[in-house]
Design a protein around this ligand. Structure first.
Ligand SMILES: NC(=O)C1=CN([C@@H]2O[C@H](COP(=O)(O)OP(=O)(O)OC[C@H]3O[C@@H](n4cnc5c(N)ncnc54)[C@H](O)[C@@H]3O)[C@@H](O)[C@H]2O)[C@@H](O)CC1
Ligand SMILES: Nc1ncnc2c1ncn2[C@@H]1O[C@H](COP(=O)(O)OP(=O)(O)O)[C@@H](O)[C@H]1O
Ligand SMILES: [K+]
Length: 514
């Protein structure tokens, strides 16, 4: 699913009005009806008080139109107009008149109005600001937002939490609605997925308001959301007359005394995603451990106490390097010598990333389309500090484009960047914030590359499968007890899940068939 900028949404809006020959008021009505139906389906007329806080722009207009539908279906409503400006939008006015025609009189709120009483069991509809927010709300509006946030009532935001910009981080962290649910029109917004702004969105859902399909299909976006649909096209089935040689040979290089577990985790994950052969290259201390822990993995030991040189006479189809290998001078030399000889695109993680950060000239030796998988600290060492999440994305985009590398920014929503475009993952959970889960990811991506998945696909698909495996694993373990090897154990279920049809999709099909 594409992620549009605010400009693209306004453009889609304009194109839709022209192509469908409808008024902007009709589009607002569609939007309001969609929200109403969403609420009505869940509430079924429940006698819960609904407080609608509306601004004076089109987001406010949506809220006012929604109030009318709720009223006509017997819901108990209270409508507030937050008068943060005199420039009321045309469609806001049209809908306000419709409300007054039904003898509903909103409470007009300005800097002097007392805060309304809200019971924790009430529902709040937040339609104060939408994607048109262009400066920090005034202090008294921020006060209202704080009041709503502390009310403990369920908050449903229309389109975007009020106070959240679409392209920057809020200055006043308190002046943003913390939404329990956001109903976003047609497309999700980038801010739903970044650590500094995603905290304002507990859950989100897209409502189809019938924007022009051609525009939506053809628009080029900087970001794309990656769910099952997007990765299914990458999946490569197994061939009947294939053999293990068909599925490549993954080589995992890393480990040091006390950190052989990292290589063990990565190697078993590479096997579990289907790599035909997997070899681990480790220092002497890792030899017996690996041979005992995973009988399916072949092991090469350099006979030394650390990764001092990297030499082997096999022909891997993909190499994952860096996990647990340390950053001593000997490891640096070993990496440099290896990079001088290597031609294959690599998966580079952990200590190999740290070595590159400290010896940036080595970056020139990395083959194009290699994959870097930094967590936030490793990323900072690599590209320097950033002011906020937006600057981080721009910095990494530039870095990845200049060097023609795939960069996987790990986090709650891992973002894979390549060639100026970002792919936002939707699987995974906080249970995965646990030792070794990154090593598992390195193994998964290397295992996919070994089978011939092009590097960008291997990264996007690997991140998806890693997160999905974690999601399946917590069904058994819960968040706290999830450990990295549980992720690996669930990789098989994550592959099977790719082809499962959800209840939701099944009912869609049967509706179409009947
Ligand atoms: N294509 C779509 O997605 C549709 C969008 N609609 C709604 O339209 C919204 C956008 O509407 P608008 O462009 O009117 O913008 P908003 O309703 O977000 O904001 C209203 C106006 O307030 C002004 N403003 C911005 N920040 C302010 C501040 N801090 N203090 C005071 N004034 C401020 C701006 O000039 C802005 O135009 C969307 O979020 C959505 O809810 C729907 O009505 C239907 C279709
Ligand atoms: N809160 C979270 N939600 C979803 N995924 C997470 C979360 N925290 C961590 N992860 C995932 O777990 C992995 C952690 O990687 P990393 O920090 O390198 O771990 P380690 O170094 O212990 O192996 C990443 O793939 C990251 O996306
Ligand atoms: K809003």
């Amino acid at each position: 699913m594409k992620v549009f900028t605010a400009e693209q949404i306004y453009k889609a809006d304009k194109v839709t009005l022209e192509k469908q020959q409808i008024s902007s008021d009709a589009l607002m009505e569609r939007a309001a009806l969609q929200i109403f139906q969403w609420m009505h389906l869940r509430m079924q007329g429940a006698p819960v008080k609904i407080h609608l806080f509306c601004g004076i722009g089109n987001n406010g207009g949506d809220g006012i139109a929604l109030a009318r539908h709720l009223f006509e279906h017997g819901y108990e409503i209270a409508v507030y107009v937050v008068k943060y400006s005199d420039k009321r939008s045309k469609d806001f006015m049209i809908n306000l008149d419709r409300l007054k025609d039904r003898k509903i009189w909103p409470v007009y709120m300005d800097a002097d109005t007392d805060m309304p009483e809200i019971h924790p069991n009430d529902i709040i509809v937040d339609a104060i600001f939408g994607i048109g927010l262009n400066r920090t709300p005034d202090a008294w509006v921020a006060q209202i937002i704080k009041h709503l946030n502390t009310s403990k009532a369920f908050i449903l935001s229309v389109d975007i939490p009020s106070g959240l910009f679409t392209d920057s981080v809020p200055e006043d962290k308190e002046a943003v609605i913390k939404a329990n649910y956001v109903l976003s029109f047609q497309v999700p917004k980038l801010v739903f997925f970044l650590p500094q702004t995603g905290i304002y969105v507990d859950h989100w859902e897209v409502l189809d308001i019938g924007l022009d399909t051609d525009f939506l299909m053809n628009a080029k976006t900087d970001y794309e959301l990656i769910s099952k649909n997007e990765v299914l096209q990458f999946y490569r089935p197994r061939e009947k007359y294939s053999h293990k040689g068909t599925y490549g040979h993954a080589l995992i290089i890393g480990g040091s005394y006390g950190k052989i577990g990292a290589v063990t985790l990565a190697s078993s994950a590479a096997l579990k995603v289907g790599s035909g052969l997997v070899t681990a290259y480790v220092p002497e201390c890792g030899y017996e451990i690996l041979q005992t822990a995973i009988p399916e993995v072949m092991v090469i030991s350099n006979g030394k106490s650390n990764i001092e040189d990297i030499e082997f006479d096999l022909e891997p189809t993909a190499v994952g390097i860096g996990i647990g290998m340390g950053t001593t001078d000997t490891s640096v030399k070993a990496l440099e010598n290896f990079l001088n000889r290597n031609k294959l695109p690599l998966v580079i993680d952990a200590d190999a990333l740290n070595i590159l950060s400290q010896n940036q000239e080595l970056l020139d030796l990395i083959p194009e389309k290699s994959i870097l998988t930094p967590h936030p600290k490793e990323l900072e060492r690599l590209v320097g500090k950033w002011k906020d999440d937006f600057e981080k994305l721009e910095k990494v985009k530039r870095f990845s484009k200049e060097r023609k590398l795939v960069v996987v920014i790990k986090g709650a929503h891992t973002i894979t960047l390549f060639d100026g475009r970002g792919y936002i993952n939707t699987t995974g959970n906080p249970g995965m914030a646990t030792a070794g889960s990154g090593d598992t990811l390195t193994g998964i991506i290397t295992g996919l590359m070994a089978q011939g998945y092009p590097s960008l696909q291997a990264a996007i698909f690997g991140v998806y499968i890693h997160g999905r495996s974690g999601d399946i694993a917590i069904e058994e373990t819960g968040y706290q007890a999830l450990i990295a090897s549980d992720i690996t154990k669930s990789i098989g279920s994550a592959f099977l899940d790719l082809f499962k049809v959800s209840e939701h999709e099944r009912s869609d099909t049967s509706e179409k068939e009947s």
